[in-house]
Design a protein around this ligand. Structure first.
Ligand code: SAM
Ligand code: SF4
Ligand code: SF4
Length: 372
């Protein structure tokens, strides 16, 4: 019997690069009027500065094969010294200054943000800045212990990374033998603490965990948590990325739709990274982040602040802009704001749209340092 989901799904049977955005959601080449009229600083492509990702540590207790492979991040790897990291006061000062340029959302990330001591103290300091949506991405390993304190400190929402429900697969991916159950406990603790809906990020790597896609979809369907599948990306230069390892968002949606019919759902806001798909039977939604096959640079409003205070205007940047010397050298807020405005206005990044063999050989910054 032909199902409604399949009928809807014809929409996405176009070539891959156009297939994940439902046709009515495709974006025009000209800047959106909301960008042009906004009070935000605009870059050379008319994009406002709306989101800031802050990496609070370059360290992590996992060694995910696609992010911090053990062969590179082994026991001899030189992580940053504590004195090199921005202090909570410095991070908060920068957040207040960058807010002048119109940022609406801050995501704390890393490395693993929950291993930074008293991270809830930083959350409380940032939560005191009015008008900011504050969230955090974690591998979930310490979440069962920290969820209540994070919520009490003012965290609004949380994203937890989990790449499989199968211990053997998950342990192979995190490469430190960390079991699935402890991450699931963290997810439930976060939801119980009121950090709901919890978003779950699953990076899909061909031949490694693609067979876990359906199991993950089944597990989280109807749970109230939102599962998001991320195409494996060529971030940094240590993960040995090959296009053949990428399971495309289209393949993922196809796989799930064949079992549980899906329909496209509206974006919550312009520039939302994940494309939303809703189960036709009302049992929830999934998201797909097609950063490789469906670049979304045109709507990219994100800047990243590295652990030691460099501002990056693209996840694939090869260099950042030093803010720490200004912070520690006595510059006033106006001077720092001016510098940030100058950096953003000069921005023309669109790496994912122009990804080629040549750009692939650039010495890019590691995601664990710049913040995922
Ligand atoms: N440690 C935290 C975690 O894993 O959630 C936060 C930092 S991590 C760099 C942020 C996100 O980036 C995670 O969801 C992770 O799965 C994702 N990520 C890391 N390397 C990636 C890659 N090569 N391709 C796609 N996503 C990646
Ligand atoms: Fe650590 Fe997150 Fe990178 Fe995995 S993805 S190694 S948990 S920073
Ligand atoms: Fe934004 Fe750079 Fe990613 Fe494009 S490649 S979406 S500009 S971070």
């Amino acid at each position: 019997m032909p199902c409604r989901g399949l009928a809807k799904f014809v929409i996405i049977s176009a070539p891959v690069r156009d297939s994940i955005n439902p046709p009515e959601k495709r974006l025009s080449a000209t800047p959106h009027p909301s960008h042009a009229n906004a009070a935000h600083s605009l870059d050379t492509l008319g994009r406002p500065l709306r989101d800031l990702r802050i990496s609070v540590t370059d360290r992590c207790n996992f060694r995910c094969v696609y992010c911090m492979p053990k062969e590179v991040f082994g026991k001899d790897y030189q992580f940053l010294e504590h004195r090199e990291l921005l202090s909570f006061e410095e991070i908060t000062r920068l957040a207040r200054i960058i807010k002048r340029h119109g940022i609406e959302k801050i995501r704390l990330t890393g490395g693993e943000p929950l291993i930074r001591r008293n991270i809830e103290g930083l959350v409380a300091m940032l939560a005191a800045i009015p008008g900011l949506d504050l969230t955090l991405t974690t591998n979930g390993s310490l979440l069962a212990k920290k969820a209540v304190a994070l919520k009490a400190a003012g965290l609004k929402r949380i994203t937890v990374s989990l790449d499989s429900l199968d211990d053997a697969v998950f342990m192979k991916m995190n490469d430190v033998d960390f079991p699935v159950t402890r991450v699931l406990e963290g997810i439930e603790a976060a939801a119980a603490a009121g950090l709901a809906p919890v978003k779950i990020n699953m990076v899909v790597k061909r031949g490694v965990n693609d067979h876990s896609v359906l199991q993950m979809a089944r597990h989280f369907r109807g749970s109230g948590h939102i599962l998001r599948f991320i195409e494996y990306m060529d971030v940094g230069h240590t993960n040995g990325w090959r296009m053949d390892d990428v399971v495309t968002a289209r393949e993922i949606v196809d796989m799930i739709n064949a079992e549980s019919p899906l329909e496209p759902a509206d974006a919550h806001y312009r520039g939302e990274v994940a494309k939303r798909w809703r189960y036709l039977d009302g049992s929830g939604e999934i998201g797909v982040i097609a950063s490789v096959t469906q670049a979304f640079c045109r709507d990219c409003t994100r800047a990243r602040l590295s652990t030691e205070g460099r501002l990056f205007t693209c996840l694939f940047a090869t260099a950042g802009h030093e803010l720490k010397p200004l912070l520690r050298g006595g510059a006033d807020d106006d001077a720092i704001a001016a510098k940030i405005g100058e950096v953003w206005r000069a921005r023309g990044d669109r790496y994912s749209e122009i990804r080629t063999a040549a750009t692939g050989s650039l010495k890019k910054i590691e995601m664990s340092y710049i913040g995922g």
